[in-house]
Design a binder for this molecule. Structure first.
Ligand code: SF4
Length: 342
């Protein structure tokens, strides 16, 4: 990677942005999202303009555009971008095409959330078998209470012969939902991909196996589906799958199904609208209905305020806790016009 002590040296070369690094313009500032390293940085909007509008042009045109008086700042920007390996210079720009941002998925349903309270009576075996038929790869089991240890084991065993690859567990803290029991679950059920313990007396992250992400004990209370929909930097995910899906689809609801605590089929368990009680054959029919899929294609470029936000393709979104289907999530405290969190 060339160092940029003297910008003139690159005058006749082309500035190339690594194809996995994609600038996203916001109202006040922009981001550059690195889909390979799964990180992002903030950049000023002028840099977004340089990286997008001067694509395929010689560097001397950028130098000219910025003017004599801004050469020091341009030098700082270029140093930042090369040091971070977002850009490089080349004589052959045609050899570095843009990445294809089309999103495709082999799954009819890509994730399911199943809610439980103490009175839930889901037919888990049937649910797993129906989700399996739809090739669903990921399930979140969200308990608003502390399930008995044996009951958790019984539920997890239902997934054993399925094609479901990952299970996220959200459990309420209690004497039985303790670290030693959780470690046994992780050892016994390889599909368990994350464990989040809510209502914990204090926050702590425990590293168990090297292959397993931290077990998170958090003070946050999750005692109903209404606890959903928080938007924060810590929930953002920078990866090619979410980024490409978000170009045309809802990063919250696309190909998702929710089963609420009473067994009602929904786009998300938090939704007020339901598609009737879960039963044999139900999911396959409901998921194909236009009404169920209506919200899948609402992408962030269609949502008020979010369309001006530099986080719009890495933000997890919430299409349910919002004033209407095209409005910003009610629990989002970010203002892209001032670039501040309230
Ligand atoms: S304004 Fe919209 S895109 Fe931006 S952080 Fe909030 S919810 Fe996400």
């Amino acid at each position: 990677m060339p160092k940029t002590n003297n910008l003139l040296e690159y005058s006749n070369k082309f500035l190339i942005v690594f194809s996995c690094c994609i600038p996203v313009k916001g109202s006040r500032r922009s981001t550059i999202c690195d889909l390979q390293r799964e990180t992002f940085d903030f950049i000023p909007n002028i840099l977004f303009t340089i990286l997008t509008e001067f694509k395929g042009k010689k560097f001397k045109e950028i130098v000219e555009y910025c003017g004599e008086e801004n050469q020091d700042v341009l030098h700082q920007y270029i140093t930042f971008l090369t040091d971070k390996e977002y850009i490089f210079f080349s004589d052959e720009p045609e050899k570095f095409p843009s990445v294809n941002l089309d999103w495709k998925s082999p799954y009819e349903i890509s994730n399911a959330i199943i809610d439980f309270d103490a009175s839930s009576n889901h037919d888990i075996e049937l649910l797993v078998s129906e989700l399996d038929k739809l090739r669903c790869p990921a399930v979140q089991l969200r308990f608003f209470f502390s399930p008995k240890y044996n009951e958790t084991i019984r539920i997890l065993k239902c997934f054993e012969d399925s094609g479901i690859r990952t299970i996220e567990l959200i459990l309420k803290y209690s004497n039985t939902v303790n670290l030693s029991n959780l470690k046994i679950l992780i050892d016994r059920f390889q599909r368990v991909s994350s464990i989040n313990v809510t209502s914990s007396p204090k926050r702590k992250e425990i590293t168990y196996q090297s292959y397993f992400p931290n077990i998170l004990f958090q003070e946050q209370v999750v005692d109903s589906a209404n606890c959903c929909g928080s938007i924060s930097l810590s929930n953002f995910r920078v990866n090619i799958s979410l980024f490409t899906e978000s170009q045309k689809f809802s990063s919250c609801l696309n190909r998702k199904v929710g089963i609420d605590k009473d067994g009602l089929v929904k786009n998300c368990p938090t939704s007020k609208n339901d598609f009737g009680k879960f039963e044999k054959g139900k999911l396959g029919i409901v998921l194909k209905s236009r009404k169920f899929q209506e919200l899948w294609s609402i992408n962030k470029d269609m949502v008020e305020i979010c369309k001006d936000c530099e986080f719009r393709y890495i933000c997890t979104d919430c299409r349910i806790v919002a004033n209407h289907k095209f409005s910003k999530p009610l629990k989002c405290k970010y203002d892209p016009y001032s670039a501040t969190w309230k």
